[in-house]
Design a protein around this ligand. Structure first.
Ligand SMILES: Cc1cc2nc3c(=O)[nH]c(=O)nc-3n(C[C@H](O)[C@H](O)[C@H](O)COP(=O)(O)OP(=O)(O)OC[C@H]3O[C@@H](n4cnc5c(N)ncnc54)[C@H](O)[C@@H]3O)c2cc1C
Length: 408
């Protein structure tokens, strides 16, 4: 949408083909329906540093359309925004549809011809004898072939295929002989083996810790926002940890269970937490243990916490032994769950994989080997964390690809 609108703004005649009956289905579910539409990091280099090995390549598009431009662009088109923690930017009305509305208007202003409910089946190709380069000569639809001077493919990754992104572009690009890494889910929630985790579904912890253990070895620890779901764990902390957990699991597959321990108090060490419990237990000595922890954690997690700690929930606080209290501290700082698997594409935020960054001319987003074909967004093989970085990649690459229509 960004590329089509930009090309049209600069005078191109543009046709946008979309197989769904409406545009932007994935955009509408982004950010839980609020759409974290960019990350408001003002320094282009720091922004680019979030994209792993693609950071150098992305300096070119980000210099033309960084998150500062994204914010100004949407604001100038009537969408005020706000910036929340970790520089995550949202429309001020918390509505993803406000982002889509700006893009819809942009397309209408440029008179982009929308052909909704139109599935692209593939490309027609020709080789150029003199240069050896390939060219796209048409786009195959069910009943016709469309021809154009330039083509852009933005069919997205494979996450949430019900939104329309079913990975078609990966196959087409690979069939053209370009280097494509076939996608696997990335930024994806984690399923755990304990069925009782469903009792905790919906509980969110703005700042929790999560460590990965095999046997007595602690392999990794991260902090961030954690969410319990009916199958396991999600939230930015887990989404950003998922690929690493998958690698750890493959590496340690023969060494027994991979245990994920949730630290509900990552900013207090065990001693400090124990002292706080001593104070709490002394001040409310007549209360039963099961009724005393409500001020520390959501009530739904407490029965499970007590079961795991081995402490007797019916005991009066005055009678809780030091060993029981220390057991409780251990579980508060290491609530154990057993890793089962990463969830599949249907739950992923983005899929990893895609067109190799070396295949792209970053000044135009055209493929070096197929110069009249541009590629943008989730089709590119670029790792990034959650926090608005995926859509920033889409806006910047779309903008550059659209702009290039005026000089190709
Ligand atoms: C649940 C969820 C939450 C997310 N939240 C955020 C967030 O808050 N912030 C953020 O930065 N990113 C977020 N993302 C990621 C972000 O939505 C994507 O990076 C972005 O939508 C990718 O845009 P795209 O244009 O590359 O592809 P898509 O948005 O996937 O669009 C591709 C379009 O191509 C169409 N298409 C596919 N094949 C064909 C075909 N053969 N013929 C015709 N049309 C076809 C599809 O129907 C689809 O409409 C989220 C993703 C998910 C799944």
């Amino acid at each position: 949408m960004m590329a089509a609108g930009r090309a049209a703004e600069l005078g191109a005649t543009v046709v946008l083909l979309e197989k769904n009956p409406s545009l932007g289905r994935k955009l509408l579910i982004s950010g839980g329906g609020r759409c974290n539409f960019t990350n408001a990091e003002p320094d282009v280099r720091v922004l680019a540093d979030h994209y792993g090995e693609a950071r150098h390549a992305l300096l070119s598009p980000f210099t033309k359309f960084s998150s500062t431009e994204t914010l100004a662009w949407f604001a100038a088109r009537g969408m005020p925004y706000k910036v929340e923690d970790n520089q995550r930017a949202f429309p001020v009305d918390n509505q993803a549809k406000s982002v889509l509305a700006v893009l819809d208007r942009y397309l209408a202003e440029g008179k982009v011809k929308l052909r909704l409910g139109t599935e692209v089946l593939g490309f027609e190709m020709a080789g150029e004898e003199q240069t050896g380069a390939k060219r796209v000569t048409g786009v195959r639809l069910s009943r016709e072939t469309l021809t154009a001077k330039r083509y852009l493919v933005a069919t997205g990754g494979t996450s949430h295929p019900e939104t329309g992104s079913t990975g078609d572009g990966f196959r087409w690009l690979s069939d053209l002989g370009l280097k494509v890494r076939f996608p696997e889910p990335s930024l994806v929630p984690v399923a755990v083996k304990e069925p009782w985790v469903a009792d905790l579904a919906g509980l969110a912890f703005p700042e929790a810790g999560l460590s990965a253990w095999v046997g007595t070895e602690k392999l990794e620890f991260r902090k961030g926002k954690l969410l319990f779901t009916h199958f396991g764990l999600s939230g930015p902390l887990v989404l950003n940890f998922a690929s690493q957990l998958s690698k750890i699991r493959s590496r340690t597959a023969r060494q027994g269970d991979l245990v994920l321990k949730v630290d509900f108090f990552p900013h207090s060490d065990a001693k400090t937490l124990d002292r706080e419990l001593v104070e709490l237990f002394t001040s409310q000595s007549g209360k039963k243990l099961k009724n005393a922890l409500g001020g520390l954690l959501p009530p739904r997690v407490i029965p499970r916490l007590l079961t795991l700690s081995g402490a007797d929930p019916e005991k009066a606080l005055a009678q809780v032994t030091r060993v029981e209290r220390e057991g409780l501290v251990a579980v508060l700082k290491g609530f154990p769950l057993t890793f089962k698997k990463l969830m599949d594409e249907s739950r992923a935020i983005v899929s990893s994989g895609g067109l190799h960054v070396d295949e792209i001319d970053w000044r135009t987003m055209n493929c070096k080997k197929v110069p009249n074909l541009a590629v943008t967004g989730d089709l590119l093989d670029i790792n990034r964390p959650s926090g608005g970085f995926s859509l920033q990649l889409c806006w910047a690459t779309g903008w550059v690809a659209g702009t290039a229509s005026s000089y190709s």
